[in-house]
Design a protein around this ligand. Structure first.
Ligand SMILES: Cc1cc2nc3c(=O)[nH]c(=O)nc-3n(C[C@H](O)[C@H](O)[C@H](O)COP(=O)(O)OP(=O)(O)OC[C@H]3O[C@@H](n4cnc5c(N)ncnc54)[C@H](O)[C@@H]3O)c2cc1C
Length: 640
């Protein structure tokens, strides 16, 4: 089979061709190709200037000048129409939080809360006012999620499930006029709350293994199959349901009956994470969905629709993590002040100060990435690479904040019933898995980043090797060199430009030191990535797909450099405490990238930042409710 051959009526993608050439099984090549094609189809929905190759990260790596202005989101406009609804929603959740009435008797977010939020316009935040929504720009929405998560991360999470990955984005972006008229007003008013049902028992990371089928019967489809881990999926919800229709993934908007039937059943199980909302399996047996509910994208299929909403969901996840980490920091301070060991409050100890500083640094990094990625989305960018960075950073930061910083500082009390850590541990960890496990996403990031370079230089070489029937290329073999002369020449010209042309420095914005030094460091790192990535591709050639650890490692370094750049630029517009927190994060990332040991200055910087935060200088946590300290004890010397 040649690389130009067609499979299932569609051209082979770069990844598919490479896997075939490297001797992988037909099935693996075909499945990888399907995912790659879905990705290309999502790309083609965006204007060329907003596609991945024009994105800030792609350009920073492959162009010889980093587009610094695309890494700095401007401040949000002071006001927007959606602000009133947002303020009202914040009041509602804050009020229920302080009154301890967020949950019903089963420990789930109460129907009263969800209803009050509906009246305040919560569920329509991302929906156009023409359909009864608030029409919030995504940058405003994501900042709102952070503020809301400070009062309740689960309620904030549901806004993302509903608006980003649930039915709202698929209908808004891919529905026809009739579908929008039918579904969006109900989704905006909260009459219909939504979920997105993609994962199946045998299809999680591998979405090509979907088995739930839809078969046309009269005016309906009959759906048969099983979904797993679906958040917010209970009877009566309106869900984006991914099925296989005529051999291809498709998305149906399915209105679940209010009661279980023979055709539709909830599959319950115990789940540690998200226990304050519903997460269920769904079983369908010849379950009827009208054919009019099939979303038909102009290009692509159901995976195209699924991939579209995930980018919004990934930024929203980071926004939620930024709010949740505020809760952790706000609750670490009173405890560190209260708890004395060896006659001193632990807040005076260097170890604890470093944790306080690091937590503020993680919050600042998450805020910066949310501000940046959501601004790019509002600008019209696809944001594929950028949103993956936000998702991985947000979920890893939350995990570290909870386990390494919060739990260690709270000691044994962390594990008491009623303690923030013990009660929510799984919610702090699960974001590393849902909406794509972090390391798998890191690989996807790398593949997206190298795709164009591979298509331009390596695919033609692969095709020439195949034409000449050369299995193991030897550059010193004259027959091999002659067969590949044109393709190697093109690559050699790129390599010469890379080596001799150098990289030019853009005009940099004036930002305070030490942030300007971090900016400079990040830009210097970018100078070398194109060459390093290309050398890795050259070295491993068709075996690169198997070098997952190398790809993950390179991917992470690029991500860390981007995070540094974005955080330094974002913090330069903020107050001195945030700038100090950004400095700590950038120092941490810099050492991660260079392998250096921390200098004493770093520990002094951490202590200074912690003192500033202990003195009330970190405005980011001013709203966060503070829980009772558990197992308080009296001061023995005072005779209590
Ligand atoms: C709390 C929670 C809420 C969720 N909500 C939803 C929802 O609302 N809707 C929905 O559709 N889904 C939802 N999910 C499902 C979630 O998206 C999946 O769990 C996730 O995508 C991973 O799929 P999996 O669990 O099947 O992992 P698996 O596919 O079983 O993979 C397990 C691990 O194996 C490794 N792995 C897999 N393939 C490879 C490979 N090719 N190379 C190297 N390593 C590999 C990865 O580390 C991966 O994490 C939710 C999950 C959780 C835990």
């Amino acid at each position: 089979m040649t690389t130009a051959s067609r499979l299932d009526g569609q051209a082979q993608s770069f990844a598919e061709a490479a896997l075939r050439l490297s001797g992988k099984s037909d099935e693996e090549a075909r499945r990888t190709g399907a995912v790659d094609r879905a990705d290309e189809q999502v790309e083609s929905l965006f204007a060329p200037e907003y596609q991945t190759v024009s994105s800030p990260v792609h350009r920073a790596v492959w162009d010889r000048q980093v587009p610094v202005d695309l890494f700095a989101a401007p401040p949000l406009p002071k006001q927007a129409q959606c602000d009133r609804a947002m303020d009202r929603c914040l009041q509602i959740v804050r009020h229920h939080r302080l009154d301890n009435t967020l949950l019903d008797e089963r420990g789930k977010l109460s129907a009263e809360l969800l209803g009050e939020l509906a009246d305040a316009g919560y569920w329509g935040m991302l929906i156009d006012p023409r359909y009864g929504g608030q029409g919030a720009p995504f940058a405003r929405f994501s900042r709102f999620l952070t503020r809301l998560a400070v009062f309740d991360p689960m309620t904030a999470g549901l806004a993302s499930v509903h608006g980003c990955i649930g039915a709202v984005d698929p209908v808004r972006s891919f529905g026809n006029d009739a579908q929008k008229d039918r579904f969006l007003p109900r989704l905006a008013s909260g009459a219909a709350l939504s979920a997105f049902a993609l994962t199946e028992p045998n299809a999680g990371s591998d979405l090509t293994a979907l088995r739930t089928t839809a078969v046309p019967v009269g005016d309906d489809f009959e759906v048969t199959g099983e979904k797993l881990f679906i958040t917010n999926a209970v009877p009566g919800r309106t869900i984006g349901l991914v099925v296989v229709l005529k051999g291809k993934p498709a998305v149906l908007i399915a209105e679940l009956p209010c009661e279980q039937t023979e055709q539709f059943q909830i599959v319950p199980y115990g789940l540690h994470a998200l226990r304050h909302t519903h997460n269920n399996g769904l079983r369908f047996k010849r379950f009827r969905v009208p054919q009019a509910n099939l979303l038909t994208p102009q290009i692509g299929d159901g995976l195209t629709i699924a991939y579209h909403g995930l980018n919004l969901g990934r930024t929203a996840l980071c926004a939620n993590a930024a709010g949740t980490m505020r809760i952790l920091l706000a609750n670490m301070l009173p405890w560190a002040h209260f708890r004395k060991t060896y006659g001193q409050a632990i807040e005076t100890r260097e170890l604890v100060k470093r944790r306080i500083a690091r937590l503020a640094a993680l919050i600042t990094g998450a805020d910066a990435l949310v501000g940046w990625t959501s601004w790019l989305i509002d600008q019209g960018y696809r944001g594929e690479l950028e949103c993956v960075i936000a998702k991985i950073f947000g979920s890893e930061a939350l995990k570290e904040a909870a386990v390494e910083l919060f739990m260690k500082t709270h000691g044994g009390r962390s594990f008491l019933h009623g303690h923030i850590f013990g009660d929510n541990l799984y919610d702090f960890l699960a974001p590393c898995i849902y909406e794509g496990e972090g390391e798998m996403l890191g690989l996807a990031f790398f593949k997206s980043l190298v795709k164009r370079h591979g298509l331009t230089y390596f695919q033609p070489i692969g095709q020439a090797l195949e034409r000449a029937q050369i299995r193991h290329f030897q550059p010193l073999n004259p027959r091999h060199a002659w067969a590949l002369r044109r393709e190697l020449g093109a690559y050699a010209r790129w390599a010469m430009r890379q080596k001799l042309g150098g990289c030019s420095r853009p005009a940099l914005p004036k930002i305070p030191t030490p942030l300007s030094e971090h900016l400079d460091f990040a830009l210097t790192r970018f100078d070398g990535y194109a060459w390093e990535i290309s050398s890795t591709m050259r070295k491993h050639q068709l075996r690169l797909a198997d070098r997952q650890c190398r790809m993950a490692e390179l991917s992470q370094r690029v991500q860390d450099t981007v995070t540094m750049l974005v955080t330094a630029l974002w913090a330069s517009q903020q107050d001195e405490t945030v700038q100090a927190a950004a400095d700590i994060l950038c120092q941490d990332l810099r050492r991660k990238l260079t392998g250096e040991r921390p200098a004493d200055r770093y520990y002094r910087d951490c202590a200074a930042l912690a003192d500033r935060i202990i003195d009330g200088g970190f405005a980011a946590i001013s709203d966060a409710p503070v829980a009772e300290i558990l197992m308080r004890y009296g001061d023995a010397s005072a005779g209590c």
